[in-house]
Design a protein around this ligand. Structure first.
Ligand code: SF4
Ligand code: FES
Length: 289
C-alpha cells in the first residue's frame, strides 16, 4: 500500500474566515519530499486556494519561512521524513499579522529595516578632511589616479571582512522574529535581523554611519528590549547569530553613551581592547533543533 502523510494547515481567508481554521490534507508520502514540495502538491492537486510564499527552493531567497510543528523553519529545507508517520502542523510565522493562510505582512519589518540604514554610508562624508579630499577628487584636482581613488574607499583586509561577514549571510527570512519572545510582547522592537544587519554595516571599515545607526539602536525600541534568550540564533538557517550581534551592540552603545551622549567617540585603548575581546568571543557551535 502506498504511504501517505497528513498535513494540517492553519488557513485564514479574510473573505470567509472570522478566525484562522485548521484544514487537513492527506498526500502521498516520499522520503525526499520537502514541506514546500508538499504544499505545492496540495496547491496543484487538492486545493488551489492555498496561499504561501516561495521562490528559490534552496534556502536562498528567504520567502518560505513558516511555523512547522511550532518551530520557525524554511519549508524548502525541511523534509517530510523528519516527521513521518506523524501529522505535520503548518502555520504562518508567529509575531506577524496574517495576510492570507501562510502569507504574513512584512511591511512593519521593512520599516524597521530602513530605519537602521542597511547600506554603506560613504566613509568620505562627515569628516572635514575627507570632504575636502572628496571635493578635490570631484574637481579632478587631487592628483590621484582612478585606481588610487577607488582604493581609498574600498580597500579591506580579510581580517576586517571577517568581523562582519557572517551578518551578510542574512536572507531576511524572518524566522528570528517568529522565534523572539520580545517581538511577541513588544512589536515595536527593532528585532534580531534589523539589528544584526545594523552591526553588519557598523563593522564595515568602508562605512561611516555607525553614529547615525546608534541613534536608532540606542532608542527604547532598539537593542535594549532584547533579554538574550538566544532562540533567534538557534533557528537562523544561515548561522547569523543575531543574538550575539545585539549583545555586542549593547556593549558598544553603553560605552559610547558613557563618554558623550550617544555619539561614538574614540575609546581609550584599555576599553577598546575589552570591546575587541568581546567581539572575538566565539559562539558555541549551532546544534540541530
Ligand atoms: S538573521 Fe537569520 S533568521 Fe533572522 S532573518 Fe536573517 S537569516 Fe533569517
Ligand atoms: S523558497 Fe527560497 S528560501 Fe525557501
Amino acid at each position: 500500500m502506498n504511504k501517505t502523510i497528513t498535513i494540517e494547515v492553519l488557513r485564514y481567508r479574510r473573505e470567509q474566515d472570522k478566525t484562522p481554521v485548521w484544514q487537513a490534507y492527506e498526500i502521498p508520502y516520499k522520503d525526499d519530499l520537502s514541506i514546500l514540495e508538499a504544499l505545492n502538491y496540495i496547491k496543484d492537486n487538492l486545493d488551489s486556494s492555498l496561499s504561501y510564499r516561495w521562490s528559490c527552493r534552496m534556502a536562498v531567497c528567504g520567502s518560505c519561512g513558516m511555523m512547522i510543528n511550532d518551530t520557525p523553519k524554511l519549508a524548502c529545507e525541511t523534509f517530510l521524513r523528519d516527521y513521518y508517520p506523524d501529522n505535520i502542523r503548518i502555520e504562518a510565522l508567529k509575531n506577524f499579522d496574517i495576510e492570507r493562510d501562510l502569507v504574513v505582512d512584512i511591511e512593519p519589518f521593512m520599516e524597521k529595516f530602513q530605519k537602521i540604514q542597511p547600506y554603506v554610508i560613504n566613509a568620505m562624508t562627515g569628516k572635514k578632511e575627507k570632504i575636502k579630499e572628496n571635493a578635490e577628487i570631484d574637481h579632478g584636482n587631487s592628483g590621484k589616479t582612478p585606481a588610487e581613488i577607488a582604493a581609498m574607499s574600498s580597500k579591506q583586509t580579510p581580517a576586517e571582512l571577517v568581523k562582519f561577514k557572517q551578518y551578510t549571510m542574512c536572507i531576511n527570512c524572518l524566522l528570528c522574529y517568529a522565534a523572539c519572545p520580545q517581538m511577541g510582547l513588544n512589536p515595536k522592537f527593532l528585532g534580531p535581523a534589523a539589528l544584526s544587519m545594523a552591526q553588519r554595516y557598523n563593522k564595515d571599515t568602508r562605512d561611516s554611519g555607525k553614529a547615525q545607526r546608534f541613534e536608532v539602536m540606542n532608542e527604547k525600541e532598539g537593542v535594549w528590549p532584547c533579554t538574550f534568550v538566544g532562540y533567534c540564533s538557534k533557528v537562523c538557517p544561515k548561522s547569523v547569530d543575531p543574538a550575539g550581534a545585539i549583545q555586542q551592540a549593547k556593549l558598544e552603545g553603553t560605552m559610547s553613551m558613557g563618554f558623550k551622549g550617544i555619539n561614538i567617540l574614540p575609546l581609550p585603548k584599555s576599553v577598546k581592547d575589552k570591546v575587541n575581546k568581546f567581539n572575538q568571543f566565539k559562539q558555541p557551535e549551532k546544534t540541530e533543533a
